[in-house]
Ligand binder design. Sequence first.
Ligand code: ZN
Length: 252
Amino acid sequence: MHITTNALVLRAVDYKESDKILTLLTQEQGVLTASARGCRKKGSAIAAGCQLLAWSEMVLYDYQGRWSVKEAATQRLFQGLRTDLERLALGCYFAEAAELLAVEGLPSPELLSLTLNSLHALDKMTDKPLPLVKAAFEWKALALAGYEPLIDGCAVCGVTPPEAPRFHLREGVLHCARCKTEVGEGISMPLSLQALSALDYILHGDPKRLFSFRLEGEELQQLSDTAEAYLHTQLERGFSTLDYYKSLNPGP
Ligand SMILES: [Zn+2]
């Protein structure tokens, strides 16, 4: 059986002498694994499309329950992020998170489009601070995967906006600093009103203009740190790609 599908390479691992095993986020089939035979040979027609973070139209064929890449016509390589170590590291983190949040065999067009938009931002929107792109991706990806935070008001007393607002990482809700004991055990982190308004924009604004908000300094750092901590708390794991990005020491 053959299928033709647009696919983003989320992971590429060298295999044998000239092959790769790819993890693909596809338009039609969600996330899947495919082998790319001979793609590391000189002159291979599928080499470009089988690179990490390449977006291609692929022809895949199914042989005894395993997918193989037959053709790969590259559409976007996101070249701008390949020449900058911090941007590349962040792109790899987006890919690792998308792989974890996607469901095998189930199309997730919103997650795919979020990941592509975020890679586009890393590639072309060089005026956007990296923590802004990172925070927008993290909050939106979590919301799409079923972890949408409740940010309407304090989850305990209902006040809008909460007084000295804090975000509870395990419960995924906002609360006033003074209402903390009522929310339950666990860590909560401060979010300023400006950071909250940016979060509201990320969650409820036009997804095509996801990065069209302004936030800087301490407030942007809060939004980015809280997103990351919320992701780690909900998924109960860390990300080697994120550790690497942070080791490069980018600031807001
Ligand atoms: Zn309250």
